[in-house]
Ligand binder design. Sequence first.
Ligand SMILES: Cc1ncc(COP(=O)(O)O)c(C=O)c1O
Length: 348
Amino acid sequence: MGYFRKNIEAMEGYSPGEQPQGQEYIKLNTNENPYPPSPNVLKAINRETGASIRLYPSPMANPLRRKAAEVYGVKEENVLAGNGADDLLSILVRSFVATGDLVVLPIPTYTLYDTLIAIQEGETLKIPLTEDFGIPEGFAIKEARLTFLANPNSPSGIFTPVERVADFAGELEGVLVVDEAYVDFAEGSAISLINEYPNIVVLRTFSKSFSLAGMRIGLAFADHELIEGMTKVKDSYNLNRLSIAAATAALDDISWMEDNVGKVKKTRDALSVSITRLGFKVYPSQSNFVLASIPGRNLRGIYEELKRGGILVRYFDTPRLRDCIRITVGTDSEISRLLDALQGILEK
Ligand SMILES: Cc1ncc(COP(=O)(O)O)c(C=O)c1O
């Protein structure tokens, strides 16, 4: 007899991208921002390390909630803060999915969804994306308790127009999660839809555009009834004092984030052109990464050779993605090192 619940014993755990500690890589594998956060963020963290650290933080991360409501044009009651978007994803699945409940997600997408559903013993229906990684007709399954849509999606970077997201929300009886982890690199957002659809939850993270992956901060936007229910499920102090201070300061300096996003988008578009010249097929990304493929060729070898050369990209060993690598947009000089390395590999 094992100690674990049967489903935990049977499932695979989530496998995050490699996070090498101590070894120097050009790290283009987990979609972090190559530029630092606003200096005001670092100042706010330093200030917070004073006497207040012996006290518990605000349970609802209220300073952050207030600031987020102001910046995103919603009410405080529409905002819930999380210890990264991952924390909010876990809260969502625990809030809405009971054993055997139907949960719909596209495939391929962010693989954590699947893991969280397996923990909760939900019934996952994976809907294959179209040839070009678009969301297919019939994606909205009315009776699903929960439907996940990463927008832009990962690992493709493809953005689904907001009008289509609204149509999905209208068709669904259950909750639609629009995971906008990468939306600052795209055109459009579903946040305003929360005023129209009581079943939509929009997620944001500070890990990508705000350069704060190490601080673990995310936000959920939804109708106040959903936020109230999710609040019952969250850990009592799910954000620490430093993260609340950091995120609030980051939102206070949006233009710093926007400048970094502008640089990343420029490099992304240049990378897409150059890598196409090398013979890769590139999917039009509205994110801070690019999915590049050599159709029909397993790219594990290229991933491994890049790694031996000190460059980390992401390779997914699944039937749909074996002929792809996902490249996080780094600085111009990192990307030019990557392109040189790829050229060398392909010329061999
Ligand atoms: C689609 C998507 N959602 C959520 C996350 C997690 O964000 P966080 O770092 O805020 O937990 C990621 C991280 O890579 C992601 O790709």
